[in-house]
Ligand binder design. Structure first.
Ligand SMILES: Nc1ncnc2c1ncn2[C@@H]1O[C@H](COP(=O)(O)OP(=O)(O)OP(=O)(O)O)[C@@H](O)[C@H]1O
Ligand SMILES: CC(C)(CO)[C@@H](O)C(=O)NCCC(=O)O
Ligand SMILES: [K+]
Length: 244
């Protein structure tokens, strides 16, 4: 059994895997990593490996502290990935994006893949049918958009996520909700349209904390899987064991 841990920019997500099947998912705060992982290991004594992908500001020490109980593996730029990386700055490419690209490559062989991760940031990652990672885009996520409007203006309040009733907002609050939510929905639909126009044989995966909320609002029907990063992390680890 392995535990996959995704340290994001805001929170930590973890899952216990028995081969390719996830047994349980966890979400917790960055400050609680060590505590929560200890609890998970106590609940699942069969766990032998911990695999970590991190883009957050967490030191490796919290994981290394568990090394007397299990083997700890950090996915890094040096790990084996199942695609050819054509990004012009491969060393600055986010590990989370590399893991998502690896998962898409392994799960959807022979297809042109677009992975959209709607988390703190929204990231777009393309891997073509020849398994070349091409790059994509980075934009602010839903929460970040609400916070940016408030933090960088004098008059705009900080609102929490609410579905807009219409694209025409007739009050400050409804105008902000429309700008944030509809704005992001139009953005994602726009990227999907571009991708569909370019490729015929393709798969689009939507993941991240806002995936389910967004999926039902898109013009395009696409496959939403909130746990795609953790599943990809498990797959990336299995791949690296066989290819390192
Ligand atoms: N409890 C929560 N805390 C923070 N964000 C949440 C929560 N529940 C839902 N969300 C939504 O999830 C989004 C953040 O997604 P996610 O949890 O994937 O981010 P993350 O942990 O920072 O990971 P990443 O850095 O990989 O994007 C926010 O825009 C917010 O709307
Ligand atoms: C874009 C984020 C913040 C998304 O989590 C992360 O993938 C990251 O820090 N990336 C580094 C920049 C890049 O991917 O080119
Ligand atoms: K993200």
């Amino acid at each position: 059994m392995i535990v996959a841990v995704d340290v994001g920019n805001t929170r930590v997500k973890a899952a216990v895997f028995e081969e390719n099947t996830s047994v349980e998912f966890f979400v917790f705060d960055t400050k609680e990593i060590q505590n929560q992982l200890q609890k998970i290991l106590k609940k699942y004594p069969e766990v032998t490996h911990l695999v970590v992908s991190s883009v957050g500001n967490v030191t490796q020490d919290v994981f290394l502290a568990l090394e007397n109980e299990i083997v700890v593996h950090f996915v890094s730029h040096k790990s084996a990935f199942p695609f050819v990386n054509t990004y012009a700055t491969p060393m600055t490419l986010g590990i989370d994006r590399m893991v998502l690209a690896a998962g898409a490559t392994l799960s959807f062989p022979g297809q042109n893949r677009l992975v959209i991760d709607a988390g703190t940031c929204v990231t777009y990652d393309c891997v073509d049918a020849d398994d070349r990672y091409l790059g994509g885009a980075i934009s602010p996520g839903i929460r970040l958009r609400y916070e940016a409007l408030h933090n960088y203006t004098a008059k705009l309040p900080l609102l929490s996520l609410e579905p807009p009733l219409d694209f025409v907002g007739n009050s400050t609050a409804s105008a902000i909700h429309s700008g944030v939510v509809n704005g992001l929905v139009y953005e994602i639909d726009g990227f999907i349209e571009e991708f569909k126009a370019k490729y015929s044989n393709f798969i689009i995966i939507l993941t991240g904390g806002d995936a389910l909320f967004l999926a039902m609002r898109l013009k395009n029907t696409i496959f939403a899987n909130s746990n795609f990063l953790l599943e990809s992390l498990n797959q990336t680890f299995q791949y690296s064991i066989h290819n390192d």
